[in-house]
Design a protein around this ligand. Structure first.
Ligand code: FAD
Length: 503
């Protein structure tokens, strides 16, 4: 008899886990509360343009890249639209303090040499730093999709070091140390907290070569959905799970907003754990201590986003992301109490499938704390009040005025602006405090901030960004872990490796 699984949440984690399980013969039902699937892969159309919500820069999609290999195994690689960024300039970063720009290049050697143009005396330190990054990543078998029989992973001291300490161990120039932490806004990095392995993993992926979705990240979500459906599964939208019933410490069914009841052998939560625990009501089969723990884990910070429609033929398409930082010594201030806003942000021009010389749109994302919107936490979309609208306009102004430092005529390029605040993220993804990357990972207590994929309820599994690393580079890997609880350890990894060796 085929096994069956109900997956709560049709975001990156739910769709990847669903696609893997469906491909391996499990009868999958994915249930998504929104009208559109995708979660962080969701796009929306505004002013006639497609804007992506939570997936702007991605890693692992270069030939041989880990996520691409998973896509090959799922048979979706030919159906997706990816545009690699330019290898000589994968990112640029600008520090307003001294009006200096730095270029990041693809490949270990080019990465070192490009930065050594500005920090010649740090060349050898940079080489050691890059080697240390790859040594940390090599400790993660899953990153390379290597089967492993380790049940308890043993890691080096550097692996669990705070990312800022790790950088400082190799780099003696303070400005360069700040430059190397430029991707903080991408992984919600925090001083003395974010583990070096998160920093290393993201850096290695981008040094290997980042990519972007062309035409919208929703096309990728659709490819995963098609994979589920073609393998006999079902993806339900616009009908979130509102209740989970249980008996004798096992889940018996999930009940949706439209009062549909679904039962299966396994239930996989691909939503924020704090959202999950509420679905049990007063009759939770989860131990109270576990529920309290899930509710108490600190979340990563959120973000404020400008989605800008540009006037035609005014702004040239840039095939990389640009990071703006006010000051070098503020690079680790993100997430600190009362941090000033905006400390920094990243902007990018998302590519169309047939991208021309000019860009029609721009996305500006600035990390922001939940505290900034807490006063409106009891409001809902479209009904947040005049004060909130005025506050949003001030935020827009703050970001636009900084863009004018880089492009004095920037305002004249703008046709229309749409904004998304931490409240938007909370309400669309049902993520506590609009956290960008789910739970905040804390190297001082890694057990606290990583939730195992198995739970005390035998037929309840977890997946998604809260279990391990967030984003496009982490969530698909956790989807393999979760799927292998049902399919058998290394079952999927062996298949992926077999496929690669046959190619
Ligand atoms: C502004 C922003 C920018 C980002 N940029 C990047 C980036 O450039 N690159 C990158 O790799 N990562 C980026 N991320 C992070 C990335 O989006 C997340 O790590 C990823 O989407 C998490 O996947 P997930 O499956 O865990 O959760 P999600 O993708 O959020 O999926 C959860 C899904 O569950 C649904 N749901 C919730 N409750 C219920 C319910 N009761 N019933 C049914 N469905 C429910 C939600 O609607 C959602 O679709 C960004 C995030 C944000 C917020």
């Amino acid at each position: 008899m085929a096994k069956s699984a109900v997956i709560i949440g049709g975001g990156l984690g739910g769709l990847f886990t669903g696609a893997i399980l469906a491909k391996e013969g499990v009868k999958v039902t994915v249930i998504e509360k929104n009208a559109t699937i995708g979660g962080g892969l969701q796009s929306f159309i505004r002013f006639g343009e497609v804007f992506d919500t939570g997936m702007h820069v991605i890693g692992g999609m270069q030939p041989g890249g880990n996520i691409r290999r998973i896509c090959n195994y799922l048979g979706i690689t030919d159906k997706i639209h990816i545009k690699d960024v330019d290898s000589d300039v994968i990112d640029t970063l600008y520090f307003a303090e001294d009006k200096k720009s730095y270029t990041i290049s693809q490949g270990k050697e080019a990465f070192v040499e490009k930065l050594a143009e500005s920090f010649a005396d740090q060349r050898e330190n940079l080489k050691r730093y890059v080697d240390a990054i790859y040594a940390i990543v090599d400790e993660l078998d899953l990153f390379y999709l290597r089967p492993s029989d380790d049940y308890i992973a043993i890691h080096s001291e550097e692996f669990m070091m705070a990312a800022n300490e790790f950088i400082a161990k190799y780099i003696t120039d303070e400005k360069l140390a700040a430059v190397l932490a430029y991707m903080n806004p991408l992984y919600a990095g925090r001083e003395n907290m974010t583990p070096a392995y998160i920093h290393a993993l993201i850096c290695a992926l981008y040094i290997n070569g980042p990519s972007r979705f062309a035409g919208g990240s929703y096309l990728f979500a659709e490819a995963l959905r098609d994979c589920i459906v073609e393998n006999g599964g079902e993806v339900i939208t616009n009908d979130g799970v509102e209740q989970i019933t249980s008996e004798d410490k096992l889940i018996t069914s999930v009940i949706t907003r439209k009062k549909r009841v679904f039962s299966a052998d396994y239930y996989i939560s691909a939503i924020h754990p704090c959202t999950l625990v509420k679905l049990f009501g007063d009759n939770s089969p989860l131990p109270k201590a576990y529920t309290n723990r899930l509710n108490d884990i600190p979340n990563s910070y959120s973000a404020f986003t400008l989605n800008i429609k540009l006037k035609p033929n005014t702004f040239r398409y840039i095939n990389h992301s640009v990071y703006y930082m006010s000051r070098y010594d503020e690079i680790w201030n993100f997430g600190k109490e009362n941090w000033t806003w905006p400390l920094g942000f990243l902007y990018m021009t998302p590519p169309d499938i047939d991208q021309g010389e000019f860009s029609n749109k721009m996305i500006i994302t600035a990390p922001m704390s939940w505290d900034k919107v807490k006063q409106w936490e009891d409001t809902s979309v479209g009904r947040r009040g005049k004060e909130y609208e005025e506050w949003k306009l001030q935020c827009v102004e703050e970001l636009i005025s900084r863009m004018e430092e880089l492009y004095p005529d920037f305002r004249s390029y703008i046709d229309k602006i749409n904004t998304a605040s931490p409240l938007t993220i909370r309400d669309y993804y049902a993520v506590k405090e609009g956290a960008m990357c789910g739970y905040s990972k804390d190297c001082n207590n890694i057990m606290l901030s990583q939730v195992p994929i198995v739970t005390k309820v035998k037929n309840l599994l977890l997946t998604g960004q809260n279990c391990n690393v967030h984003g496009f580079c982490g969530v698909p890997l956790t989807a393999i872990n979760t799927s292998e609880v049902i399919l058998g350890k290394n079952y999927v990894l062996d298949k992926i490796n077999q496929l690669d060796s046959n190619a």
